[in-house]
Design a protein around this ligand. Structure first.
Ligand code: ZN
Length: 319
């Protein structure tokens, strides 16, 4: 073998080894998130932020399931993200979904494979965490306190437009399934769960909104747009379709908002100001009022119905 060809051969082998090593390191990053389950804020969505923003897409792609029991379909969903654009994958599926006809304007529906609500009477406000579950705490700023404060502000702003009810109105613990159960007596309502986010990467910031059901898409999009308009530091981190306990399991349209990142110092200082929280509550209230008045109008094509099982504790510790 002539020396130049041998060198080329060595380079090929080296490239192959590098490729294998890189594939292996992706795999260990994936599994490694199981270790986060015991932390204070392991219940946040930021580890699974696929599609939320092109800016962070690359780094978050490998940080998906932080639980060994996380469902395969999510993994597949992420694995295909490199094919279409992120926007297409989340907001504009190519297929026209076969919606079930709706006979009334009531919101209750096990799967939510239908257009979004209009003229609904009730907003169930869920302040995330509480009691023994503080959520994220950074430099003394506590998620459970800020979430409850924003929930209370939101209720005030909905006065006269909706019947607004709390899942918790104090510093006490309610399990995720308990929150889901609390929604069951309402059949003309939507659920809004309020959280503050945390990332191990301090520069990550901006509001995010999570939904899963088709009938929750437009409300989620309205909320994300409204929060992004208030946030001075990020246009939009994104609208994320994800099967969470509080986006999949309730039988009514359900949206989970992450108002901002406590782990980012500039956003934390904003979130610490009552006036900023008030603006965010106003943004959420306006989104609810717009949805109530307009339904899905102006929100574009609805996402494709996904027939996925209920989210269970063994799926992920997220929320
Ligand atoms: Zn939270």
């Amino acid at each position: 073998m002539k020396p130049p060809r041998m060198i080329l051969g060595m380079i090929s082998v080296a490239a192959l080894i590098a490729w294998i090593l890189s594939a292996c390191s992706s795999g260990s990053g994936y599994g490694g998130y199981g270790a986060n389950n015991g932390s204070n804020y392991s219940d946040h969505n930021n580890f699974n932020n696929f599609g939320a923003s092109p800016i962070y897409y690359g780094s978050y792609e490998r940080e998906l399931p932080h639980s060994p029991g996380y469902s395969v379909p999510h993994t597949q969903q992420v694995a295909t993200k490199t094919q279409p654009t992120k926007t297409q994958a989340i907001e504009a599926p190519q297929q026209t979904p076969a919606y079930q006809p709706i006979s009334t304007n009531k919101t209750k529906d096990a799967l939510g494979h239908k257009p979004g609500p209009k003229n609904f009477s009730t907003v169930i406000i869920d302040a995330g965490h509480g009691g023994k579950d503080s959520g994220a705490i950074v430099n003394g700023v506590s998620e459970k306190k800020l979430a409850l404060d924003i929930a209370r502000k939101l209720k005030e702003k909905l006065r006269g437009s909706f019947k607004a009810v709390f899942i918790r109105n104090g510093d006490y613990f309610v399990s995720l399934d308990g929150r889901v159960n609390a929604t069951k007596k309402f059949d003309d309502a939507v659920l809004v769960s309020i959280h503050l986010n945390h990332s191990s990467t301090s520069y990550v910031r901006g509001p995010e909104t999570y939904y899963f059901r088709v009938d929750s898409y437009s409300l989620a999009k309205r909320m994300q747009q409204a929060m992004a308009a208030v946030s001075p530091i990020e246009k939009s981190r994104g609208l994320v379709r994800r099967r969470l306990r509080l986006t999949r399991n309730p039988q009514i349209p359900s949206v989970l908002v992450e108002i901002g990142y406590l782990s980012n110092s500039s956003e934390r200082s904003l979130l610490s100001q009552a006036s900023y929280r008030d603006q965010m509550a106003t943004a959420l209230a306006n989104a609810l009022k717009d949805q109530n008045r307009l339904g899905d109008k102006g929100m574009g094509k609805l996402p494709e119905p996904l027939n996925k099982p209920l989210s269970r504790p063994s799926d992920s510790s997220s929320l």
